[in-house]
Design a binder for this molecule. Structure first.
Ligand code: SF4
Length: 277
């Protein structure tokens, strides 16, 4: 069963849970940026490189808006020189909607350029005001087939696809990101389905392929969680019958040739690819 997104009034919170504040980041938007990784995520992707981040009520990660602002303010000189700014990431930044809103409003008022990277699983109307203050939105689209999406991330992709359409209507530059994982989503039918969807609903979006790398695997053992490879093994293969999909021995990094072939597919749909890596 897909998880439900609870609705509530718009929130503002002065404290939140921050996994990491990364200065001098260059992969999540234009120029030199500070990326604010917020804790918590509604998805459970089996390849996640930050498994400790899925839950977030850890006091060690609690920060106030003032504390975050103090770190960001010291980077303002670099933002101005390099056309950089702040990127909200996670986990899933919108899961801490109140704290995200408070930070967004504060930094927007200060004139910083803002980006967000989202998994797309949120209540759109509850975060619309936040998204509207962004200069660039990175939106993950992992798998087009819903059965596969549920098996590999724990949730349906229906909300995500609907939200992508709505985000596309905001008129804000949009980059759709696909984490390309052999054995999960790196098959032609998925890329064709993705590009067809983008062409139809968000034709202005750019597409970024992010090759999967096995990072953070030791964290699973430390947390006593099954590793990504173990989770991959345990997915009920007989439940998944999707045209073009076949299980691999394990999840692996795509080759340059495969990524290049996927870029060719995108081009055939008149979709521009981009890389911030
Ligand atoms: S959406 Fe990202 S942070 Fe959340 S579980 Fe998936 S990979 Fe991890």
């Amino acid at each position: 069963m897909p998880k439900k997104i609870q609705s509530s009034a718009l929130l503002r919170e002065e404290t939140g849970y921050v996994m990491q504040l990364q200065n001098f980041s260059v992969n999540d938007g234009e120029g030199i940026r500070t990326t604010i990784f917020l804790c918590g995520c509604p998805l459970h992707c089996i390849w996640c490189c930050n498994p400790e981040n899925m839950a977030y009520r850890d006091k060690a990660h609690k920060m106030t808006l003032q504390e975050v602002e103090a770190v960001v303010s010291r980077q303002a000189l670099f933002f101005r020189r390099c056309d950089g700014g702040i990127t909200f990431s996670g986990g899933e930044a919108t899961i801490q909607q109140g704290f995200l809103r408070s930070m967004t409003e504060r930094f927007y008022d200060k004139g910083y350029k803002l980006s967000i990277e989202t998994c797309g699983y949120f209540n759109f109307e509850q975060v619309r005001d936040i998204l509207e203050k962004m200069d660039l939105i990175f939106f993950d689209l992992k798998l087009m087939d819903d059965r596969l999406h549920q098996s590999f991330t724990g949730v349906s992709n229906q909300i995500i696809k609907e939200n992508l359409k709505k985000v596309g209507q905001l008129g804000i530059p949009l980059v759709v990101r696909i984490p390309v994982i052999v054995g999960v989503n790196a098959f032609e039918n998925n890329i064709h389905a993705t590009c067809s969807f983008l062409q139809k609903y968000v034709p202005e979006a750019k597409l970024e392929f992010l090759p999967y790398h096995k990072l953070g695997m030791d964290k699973y053992e430390k947390l006593g969680m099954p590793t990504p490879d173990e989770q991959y093994e345990s997915i009920r293969k007989e439940d998944i019958a999707v045209s073009g999909f076949s299980f691999a021995a394990r999840m692996t990094t795509p080759s340059e040739e495969l990524l290049s072939a996927f870029s060719d597919i995108a081009r055939a749909y008149h979709i521009d690819t981009i890389s911030f890596r």
